[in-house]
Design a protein around this ligand. Sequence first.
Ligand code: GDP
Length: 394
Amino acid sequence: SAAQKRKRPDQEQFKHLPLRPPVVTIMGHVDHGKTRILDAIRQTHVMESEAGGITQHIGAYQVEIKGQKITFLDTPGHEAFTAMRARGARATDITILVVAADDGIMPQTLEAIDHARAAGVPIIVAVNKIDKPGANPDRVKQQLADQGLVVEEWGGDTIAVSTSAKDGTGIDELLENILLVAEIEDLHADPNTSATGVVIEAEMDKSRGAMTTVLVQNGTLKVGDIAVIGDVFGKVKAMFNDQNKQIRKAEPSTPVAILGLPAVPNVGDTLSVATNERQARLHISEKAGRKQATVNLFSLHDQIVSGKVKELNIVLKTDVQGSIEPIRASLEKLTTENLTVHIIHAGTGNVTENDVMLAIASNGLVIGFSTGIETGAQRLSDAENVDIRQYDII
Ligand code: GDP
């Protein structure tokens, strides 16, 4: 069955551990309703709203449905998702792809699909705005099928839920399907060990100092722990949950804002816990040593020859739609028995920062045909030593 097929083998060794809530992000084209769906879910399902209390935004929230929790990351869009991956963090278990039923699949929808696929994260589609007079869910399903996402009612294994974030239609069904996919994904974690996690938001609070929101991914984070995040460490002085309530410990998949770090870390930095200061410093130097190797063609040739690189991930940008398929085909023809060429994303227009991010996250490179490079993209590729190859003649 589709469920068996999708089971992640790497979860096998964690089988004996308790299940943890899934962590979900939301993606899709601008204005298709990502923010409003997140709001609709929050409004109907936050676990225990404090009467009168204003919930400070901490970058994520948890809901409870049928006695089971789901964690939502509050920054919508594949940009944030891939930026996090580019820093080496896998925070998301499931992604909701929002497609407005009156608008259909648009360029950023296609990008989102490619970014989710490159990360190997399962997609649940929310066909949104079905309350609108111009809504045409069947057209969306056809467009999804054209992208290889065949919905279940048409014999495929893509879950699609019709929603209206405006009147709440389908929101519960969406949540139930998240639980279903979470069950298939079989997400376990060990609450009885020291915490590891990832930074999902960080800012300087005028009165409280560095406020770092961390998603605990394994173990339990406690007040008093020495948290090592990126290249800083500090004792956790206080922790707040998504209800702005002070808590003393946070289990796997829980987002918490922590106080006590001497500086503001970066989003995507990983968290670990040290037993003392000396060990904390050791953690930091180890992390620095593990900085992900990036691909450029100079190093690539040697790595291919020596068999170290077996897959080449390419982000392809062209000036016109018509050249994507022929270029894709000729690049894929470079596949040999020792090297598989994957075009993980192809689109038209200038090379963007987001394209470079995807290349970093996938340990790949960007190839542009008759396109320019945006300033931010150039800067990022220089900083991270990722190749952007430009060609004019096909
Ligand atoms: P985002 O850019 O994807 O985050 O989109 P937003 O959530 O900001 O929504 C864009 C616009 O569409 C806003 O004016 C929303 O109120 C509206 N909108 C979102 N979902 C729905 C829906 O289900 N039905 C209707 N009629 N409008 C919606």
